[in-house]
Design a protein around this ligand. Structure first.
Ligand code: HQG
Length: 178
């Protein structure tokens, strides 16, 4: 598969594993897992293509693991809009985290802080470069906000770190943004 085909398949897998499993006739378990064979059948793809997406993915969006009974399962590491409990332990964040967004959203963010919208969490990046890339998905001018994560943690806000290194929290009040 060339790069574009991989990206296309990655997006379909994200749709199935994060947002609309029902549309593919799939049911995720509570933690977001589905059997690899079920996903292959639902998407009508071969194992080699799935492996190529999982291994080659720029952001390590998917995790594959073998259950004790030998069945292999797959889930998205983060980004769900369907209710799942990823079972991530609360983790103390680094001093600062970053959030890239559209300049056009700034006024609204200043007023209400960062909201999780349709997803389970607000997504934060460990470095400015990654945050800039996330913000650039929106097109137009990008701003990167710095989050006083240590201050939030001190004040009782809980953070989780997804398997692919994205930091997650429920909301970021405007007072912690600069
Ligand atoms: C914005 C991708 C107005 C927020 C990325 C963002 C990430 C507000 C958008 C992951 C707001 C939500 C998540 C407020 C937040 N007023 N706008 N009060 N609060 N926003 O896509 O963080 O490629 O749900 O800034 O790389 O952009 O899918 O979140 O622009 O890791 O794996 O509302 O998705 O990962 O957009 O991206 P999203 P996001 P994948």
């Amino acid at each position: 598969m060339d790069h574009r085909a991989l990206t296309r398949l990655s997006k379909r897998m994200s749709l199935a594993l994060r947002h609309q499993p029902g549309r593919f006739g799939l049911t995720l378990d509570r933690a977001g897992w589905v059997a690899v064979d079920e996903l292959l059948a639902a998407l009508r793809i071969g194992r080699a293509d799935l492996d190529a997406v999982v291994a080659g993915n720029d952001k390590q969006r998917f995790a594959v693991e073998r259950r004790p009974d030998g069945v292999e399962r797959i889930r998205a590491n983060q980004g769900h809009s369907v209710p799942v409990d990823l079972g991530l332990a609360p983790t103390p964040p680094p001093e600062r985290l970053y959030h890239g967004t559209a300049a056009a959203a700034l006024d609204s963010i200043r007023a209400t802080g960062l909201q999780r919208g349709g997803r389970h969490h607000v997504h934060l990046s460990v470095d400015v470069e990654t945050a800039r890339r996330v913000g650039a998905r929106r097109g137009g001018a990008v701003v990167v906000l710095t989050v006083d994560a240590a201050g939030m943690a001190r004040d009782g806000h809980v953070f989780h770190r997804s398997a692919n290194g994205v930091w997650l929290t429920e909301a970021v009040p405007a007072a912690y943004l600069s």
